[in-house]
Write a new protein. Structure first.
Length: 393
């Protein structure tokens, strides 16, 4: 086997409840069979049908054929308990969904024909086909780290119901926001006090998109956005401020019921932040023009007041290309990539962005207007990242 070659399984499951359940069952397999597998990467995709992509390497003392046979046996055993309820009509609908996803994600490859439900495909890959802003080796490192986090926490994660999982992801968001760290001259601004504004930006963009939706549908969407579960409501009203302070102190409260998972998440995002900073310095990140927020907004027909006044000015353009800003932005993108694995829908993501925006602003008594005053009319940092739109990487 070639040194960079991975074994690859693609497992197609169309029913959403079964896809969610299988995620944790697959993590359990990876946990139990860890002596047979190295460098595991678990991805989720919609191309040719909803499926998981499992990449792994086989230890030098093992035979790939034997390991693959063992993995296929375990996977098929899990799938055998799932009823196949998909009809031709379902496949046709998913084909239309795929078309919309391809447009939304700028995907230019083939995404049809759809594979049949419960299809298992086995092959090998060096992952060179994957398009990422990161250099390939760094991309692998990040995905291996993410998958290892899932594997080490699968038991706790599998026990959470939907409401608990949503709250957990909200806490993940707060921990990620605490990683914000950007310098203005001699001053360094750090933490959720400033980091929450990235999520506000996302939510404000969502609200602008809603203006193009008919009134009935818009009201239904906003109702879902504003609905809060009992445990989320309790956390917001009774625990938000203390949790934010705990995060600022390094998450010392090991009495938290979900401490093990949260601490693992904190350690992972800390490590990822450092890797991204190094990658920006060593040209292992390649950002295209459309990744530049200021350029994107200048080409947008409709924008929010927040984006018009805070994001479109010249100060933000240079600020948004600083290494500190880009490090944090890539970290937030990583958070968003984790959400689908934990069944957080795009609508829920916007809901969480709204919650952290409102509650962090109240907690710190600090708004985007306040940050704009601190930032001033120009950003004079010497850490501007030059590769946006340059084709370098």
């Amino acid at each position: 086997m070639k040194e960079k070659e991975f074994q690859l399984f693609r497992i197609y499951i169309y029913e959403s409840p079964n896809l969610r359940k299988f995620f944790y069952e697959l993590l359990e397999i990876l946990h139990n069979e860890n002596t047979l597998l190295n460098q595991c990467i678990l991805l989720k995709s919609w191309v040719h049908g909803p499926h998981f992509q499992l990449y792994y390497q086989v230890p030098i003392e093992e035979h790939p054929e034997r390991v693959n046979s063992r993995m296929e046996e375990l996977i098929r055993k899990k799938l055998s308990s799932y009823e196949d309820t998909y009809t031709d009509e379902h496949y046709e609908k998913y084909g239309h969904i795929s078309e919309r996803l391809a447009i939304a994600e700028r995907y230019s490859g083939e995404y049809l024909p759809l594979k049949k439900n419960h299809t298992i495909e086995q092959s090998t890959s060096d992952l060179s086909h994957i398009h990422s802003v990161y250099a390939l080796d760094l991309y692998k490192q990040i995905e291996i780290m993410k998958t290892a986090f899932f594997i080490s926490n699968y038991s706790e994660l599998s026990k959470f119901n939907n409401e608990q999982r949503e709250l957990l992801c909200f806490k993940f968001m707060i921990i990620a926001a605490d990683q914000y760290e950007i310098s203005f001259g001699d001053e360094t601004y750090k933490g959720t006090k400033y980091g929450y504004l990235s999520f506000k930006s996302h939510y404000e963009g969502f609200l602008v998109q809603l203006q193009n939706v008919d009134a009935v549908k818009k009201d239904a969407i906003l109702q879902k956005i504003n609905d809060r579960s009992a445990i989320m409501d309790q956390f917001i009203t009774e625990e938000f401020s203390s949790f934010v302070k705990n995060v600022e102190s390094g998450l010392p409260d090991d009495n938290l019921e979900d401490f093990h998972v949260l601490n693992g998440w904190k350690e992972m995002v800390n490590e990822l932040k450092e890797r991204i900073k190094i990658a920006l310095d060593s040209n292992e990140v390649k950002l295209e023009d459309y990744h530049d927020i200021a350029s994107f907004l200048n080409s947008s027909k409709e924008i929010s007041q927040f984006h018009d006044e805070f994001v479109k000015d010249d100060a933000f353009r240079s600020f948004s290309q600083s290494k500190g800003f880009l490090t944090y932005r890539l970290l937030v993108n990583f958070l968003y990539q984790v959400f689908p694995f934990l069944n957080i829908s795009p609508l829920q993501k916007n809901k969480l962005c709204k919650l952290i925006s409102e509650n962090a602003q109240n907690h710190y008594d600090f708004s985007w207007q306040d940050l704009k005053k601190l930032r001033g009319d120009s950003y004079e940092g010497d850490d501007i990242y030059q590769n946006i739109g340059s084709g370098k990487g």
